[in-house]
Structures are given as structure tokens and as C-alpha cells.
Design a binder for this molecule. Structure first.
Ligand code: FAD
Length: 210
């Protein structure tokens, strides 16, 4: 679903939320919130995925049995602090981007942002706006071996979104929202194709048995 034609190139937070609300309404999506998926396994007997999810609101475990499973847990859901020599001896505050709210408490302080992905760039920009003395470091030594001249990974598989036995993943192509949208379309078309094939087979079986 496209953004309204008069939308700016970079939509505001509120416009984006509005888009999500319209999307949910348009496609009649009914997400279940406050669930943390704890496990999923494929049962060869019934040919379905069995999922255990914790309902954190009610503190109970819920079970779901489904034919298709789409994993869309994000590439950056959990914070990871790499082991850096000398980090333990550093006397200042160390913070992962996942803990960052805003730069208010960093005013006039020296801050080094490590890494210049989406989070690093936006945090550095926010810190500078709050009056911090901000520096940013970017790893560049081996980027040339991994990325092409456009800054995209050289190794791309056209079917990275599809696993076996009806499992799929969205959002792991390092291609932002565009990649996610493309994965989602590929997956819905693939599931549709499979379901149509099953329907056709069922029709063939029922017409041959009549
Ligand atoms: C600061 C920043 C700025 C960005 N700016 C842009 C931009 O301008 N343009 C752009 O295209 N992209 C941008 N991106 C990237 C974009 O936000 C991500 O690519 C996108 O949000 C990923 O969406 P996703 O649905 O794959 O994952 P997420 O948005 O990470 O969603 C994953 C969801 O899965 C949930 N989850 C994880 N594990 C479980 C579990 N076990 N059970 C249940 N739920 C679970 C998480 O709670 C989360 O809600 C930006 C990212 C950051 C961090």
C-alpha cells in the first residue's frame, strides 16, 4: 500500500503512525500484542508449525498451530556490545544505542559514537543538537571487501526470504523498509501460489472421486 500521493519524501513520525493505522484498517490486520515467541518447531506428523508464545500481559503461555510461519523479529532487536580491548578500564559512561533516549544529559560532554549505521548516525546528530561535543567512528578497513560501490552487500540471494517447510523471514536483507516490503510481497505471493496449488489439487481429487 503506497503512501498518499501528497506525502513528503521523508514522512514525520505522526504521518508514519497514521500510515500504519490506515494499513491495519485497510487490510483488516489483527495483530496480537504483548506476546513473546519462545519456541517454534515443525511437526512432521501434521505438517504444521507449533509455536509457544508467552502472553506477558496475562503471564500465561499460549500455543499456536499454523501452516505457515513468517519470522519478522528484526535484525537489531537485541543490543550487542562487542568485546573491545580496554573497555573495562574506561572511566566514562558506556551505553548501547538501545538504551539511548535523548542527548539531554550529554550537553557539553565529549561523546564518541561507535559505528555509523542508522542508530549511530541519528544518535550522533541528536547529541550534536543537544550541545554535546560529538565524534563518530566508522569502520572502513574491510568494507570494500563486503560492499559494492553503492554500499550494498555484494552477496545477495534472490530467495533469502524463503526457508523450508513453510517458514519465511522478513527484514533480514539489510535493505531497510524497502527490503522488508519486497520480502513481504514475495512471501505473500509464494503462500498464495502454494494455497492455489493445494486448492487445484483438492478440486482435481474431488472431481475424480465423483
Ligand atoms: C535509528 C534508526 C533509523 C532508521 N531509519 C530508517 C529509514 O529512514 N529508512 C528505512 O528504510 N529504514 C530505517 N531504519 C531501519 C528500519 O527501521 C528497520 O529496517 C525496520 O524497522 C526493520 O523492521 P522489521 O519489522 O524487520 O524489524 P523491527 O522493526 O525490529 O521489528 C521486529 C519486532 O519483532 C519483535 N520481536 C523480536 N523477537 C520477538 C519474539 N521472540 N517474539 C515476539 N516478537 C518479537 C520486536 O519486539 C519488534 O517489535 C532505521 C533503523 C534505526 C534503528
Amino acid at each position: 500500500m503506497s503512501f498518499p500521493p501528497n506525502s513528503p519524501t521523508f514522512v514525520s513520525k505522526n504521518e508514519f503512525l497514521e500510515y500504519l493505522d490506515t494499513y491495519v484498517f485497510h487490510f483488516d490486520v489483527n495483530p496480537l500484542y504483548q506476546r513473546v515467541v519462545e519456541s517454534a518447531f515443525f511437526d512432521n506428523v501434521d505438517g504444521k508449525w507449533h509455536i509457544k508464545a508467552m502472553n506477558v500481559e496475562r503471564n500465561i503461555v499460549e500455543n499456536y498451530v499454523v501452516r505457515f510461519l513468517v519470522v519478522a523479529t528484526g535484525e537489531n532487536s537485541e543490543g550487542f556490545v562487542p568485546r573491545i580491548e580496554g573497555l573495562n578500564e574506561f572511566g566514562g559512561k558506556i551505553m548501547h544505542s538501545i538504551e539511548y533516549g535523548n542527548g539531554k544529559s550529554f550537553k557539553k560532554k565529549d561523546v564518541l559514537v561507535v559505528g555509523c549505521g542508522n542508530s549511530g548516525m541519528e544518535i550522533a546528530y541528536d547529541l550534536a543538537n543537544w550541545g554535546a561535543q560529538t565524534s563518530i567512528v566508522a569502520r572502513s578497513s574491510d568494507d570494500g571487501a563486503i560492499f559494492d560501490e553503492n554500499g550494498m552487500p555484494k552477496k545477495r540471494s534472490s530467495c533469502h526470504w524463503k526457508g523450508e517447510k513453510g517458514i519465511y523471514c522478513v527484514g533480514f536483507a539489510s535493505a531497510g523498509l524497502f527490503g522488508i516490503s519486497s520480502d513481504a510481497k514475495n512471501i505473500s505471493e509464494d503462500i498464495n501460489r502454494i494455497l492455489m496449488h493445494v486448492d487445484n489439487k483438492m478440486n482435481e481429487i474431488s472431481s475424480s472421486s465423483n
